[in-house]
Design a protein around this ligand. Structure first.
Ligand code: ZN
Length: 244
C-alpha cells in the first residue's frame, strides 16, 4: 500500500512517540493468511447441519457429539499450512524494537508465534494445544493431525482442543495479564475486529491515558472514541507503519 497516506504517516508518528504499545487483534489479522473469519463468512455451518458456528463451537456440542465436532473442527478451524502475513511480521518487528509489549489476540491459530512474537496472550486459546479429557496430558497439534475422527490420547482418552468453547469462561490468568498490559500501555492498536465480541469491548475499557488506534475495514462501536481510525487492509497498514 502507499506508505505516504496521511493515516499511515500519523500512525508512524504515534508509534515513534510511544514506549509501551499493546496490539489487540481479531479475525481480520489472519484473513490475509487465508484463514476466513467464520463469523462473518457464513451464518450456518453447512445447510444440512442447520447449526450456527456458535452452536458447533459450544462445550455442550463438543461433549455430546465429539465425532461431528471434530469433523467440523478439522474442516473449518484447522489451517495447519497457514503462514504468518506481513502484519504478523510487522508486530514481531515492533516487539524486537522494544516498543510492543504485548499482543492480545482472539485468534487461535498461533500465527503470531510463528512470526516470532514472544508475548502473546491468546484470549480464546490455541489450536496448537490439545488436552486429554481422561489423564489431562497436554499435547501439540501432531496427535490431532496424525489421527482421523476423534483423536485419542495414548491412554485412550478423548482429546479436546485447548480453545475456549462457547459456554466456557475465559482463562482468568490470561485475562488478568491482558488487562494489566492494557492498563500500562501508552498506545493501544486494535485491528481486525468489529469489537462486538466479548471480551473485546470490555478490554478497551481498561485503557487509561493511552491513545487508541483502530484499523478495521468496517465501522466499529469505538470509532468515535479513537484517536485514529484507519479503514484499510490490516496487514498492509501495519507493514507500512512499523519501521523496518
Ligand atoms: Zn490421556
Amino acid at each position: 500500500m502507499d506508505p505516504s497516506t496521511p493515516e499511515i504517516e500519523t500512525l508512524r508518528k504515534m508509534i515513534d512517540k510511544s514506549r509501551n504499545i499493546v496490539f489487540f487483534g481479531g479475525a481480520g489479522m489472519s484473513t490475509e493468511s487465508g484463514i476466513p473469519d467464520f463469523r462473518s463468512a457464513h451464518g450456518l455451518y453447512r445447510q444440512a447441519e442447520g447449526k450456527t458456528y456458535e452452536e458447533m463451537l459450544s462445550i455442550r456440542f463438543f461433549l455430546n457429539q465429539p465425532a461431528t465436532f471434530w469433523a467440523f473442527y478439522r474442516d473449518i478451524m484447522l489451517h495447519p499450512d497457514a503462514k504468518p502475513n506481513a502484519g504478523h511480521y510487522a508486530l514481531a518487528r515492533l516487539e524486537r524494537q522494544g516498543k510492543l509489549k504485548a499482543i492480545l489476540t482472539q485468534n487461535i491459530d498461533g500465527l503470531h508465534q510463528d512470526a516470532g512474537s514472544q508475548r502473546v496472550f491468546e484470549l480464546h486459546g490455541s489450536v496448537r494445544r490439545n488436552l486429554c479429557l481422561a489423564c489431562g496430558k497436554v499435547m501439540g497439534l501432531d496427535p490431532v493431525l496424525g489421527q482421523q475422527g476423534v483423536p485419542k490420547c495414548e491412554c485412550g482418552g478423548t482429546l479436546r482442543p485447548d480453545i475456549v468453547f462457547y459456554g466456557e469462561p475465559l482463562d482468568a490468568t490470561v485475562m488478568d495479564e491482558a488487562i494489566r498490559a492494557v492498563m500500562k500501555c501508552d498506545l493501544l492498536i486494535v485491528g481486525g475486529t468489529s469489537l462486538t465480541v466479548y471480551p473485546a469491548a470490555g478490554l478497551l475499557g481498561y485503557r487509561r491515558e493511552a491513545k487508541l488506534v483502530l484499523i478495521n475495514r468496517d465501522e466499529t462501536p469505538f470509532d468515535q472514541r479513537a484517536d485514529l481510525v484507519v479503514r484499510d487492509n490490516l496487514a498492509a497498514v501495519l507493514d507500512a507503519a512499523v519501521p523496518q
